[in-house]
Ligand binder design. Structure first.
Ligand SMILES: [Zn+2]
Length: 271
């Protein structure tokens, strides 16, 4: 991929599973509450250039995540799929509209567009003079997969992932970094989109299982990466069963659990 924009900064806003760590009320499971890296918010990613910023998904922790990173203006959102832990913070886009009066460009596939319109129609349709639409959806069609797109000076390549039980999600490549949340398997076309990346931020919610059903297991990932060839893999979508230090101690070279706030350059190097 011949892309001049290799200086973008990618921040893992949330590497937790749908319930986060700890779960509501303070359930830590196998995770050590004294280890800061076990504090995991719901899945989201931020990509920043020197002039622009985009988010991937707007989960239930979106306001806290974007406030922590001091993102006063956002130039777009890429959605991976319509599950609640990835979309339920979408109302927060209204605060950006209050500031910049622009409709937030959203990119996703047709199924997710329909889910967003069904559940959050007021975000996309003007309901009254006092309650304007704040976002507009651009559909990524099958012919858009594996192709480079841009929001301002940030490039992204979408690809289709298998999320189990007939559900599809979108993964995204940003230069030399791949982002695959909510994925159990990838077909050859998706693998082609990722081939050559240096760093892969990747779902491993079913870490301990021989094979995942909705989410990848560790053995799923190892097999996929034999074809993709990433040098570094950061595991995400981790629940209370995955203690940071224990998982790190079990990981072979190149693999490690992610943590909220981890920053990676789009050339694949870790900041
Ligand atoms: Zn999901």
């Amino acid at each position: 991929m011949n892309n001049p924009f290799y200086n973008n900064i990618i921040t893992i806003l949330g590497c937790g599973d749908s319930a986060g760590v700890p779960r509501i009320g303070g359930e830590w499971g196998a995770c050590d509450p004294l280890e800061q890296k076990n504090l995991r918010s719901r899945p989201s990613l931020l990509v920043q250039s020197s002039t622009s910023a985009i988010a991937i998904d707007t989960g239930p922790d979106f306001r806290t995540q974007l406030t922590k990173e001091k993102i006063l203006d956002l130039d777009g959102v890429l959605f991976t799929h319509g599950h609640s832990d990835h979309v339920n913070g979408i109302d927060e886009l209204r605060s950006y509209h209050r500031r910049n009066k622009k409709h937030m460009p959203i990119y996703t596939d047709e199924i997710t567009r329909q889910e967003l319109l069904h559940r959050f129609s007021y975000v996309f349709e003007q309901k009254s003079a006092y309650y304007p639409a704040v976002a507009e959806i651009h559909v990524l069609k099958d012919s858009d997969m594996g192709i480079e797109h841009h929001i301002n000076d940030i490039s992204f390549v979408p690809f289709v992932q298998d999320h189990g039980d007939g559900v599809k999600s979108l993964g995204y490549r940003f230069d030399m970094v791949g982002y695959s949340t909510d994925m159990v398997d990838l077909d050859e076309r998706a693998i082609d989109s990722l081939r050559g990346i240096k760093t892969w931020i990747v779902d491993c919610a079913d870490y301990h299982k021989p094979s995942g059903y909705f989410h990848a297991s560790f053995s799923n990932l190892k097999k996929l990466n034999e074809k993709i060839g990433a040098e570094k893999l950061f595991l995400i979508h981790m629940g209370i069963h995955m203690d940071y230090k224990k998982v790190l101690s079990e990981c072979p070279d190149g693999y490690s659990p992610a943590y909220d706030g981890l920053k990676i350059k789009s050339d694949g190097s870790v900041l």
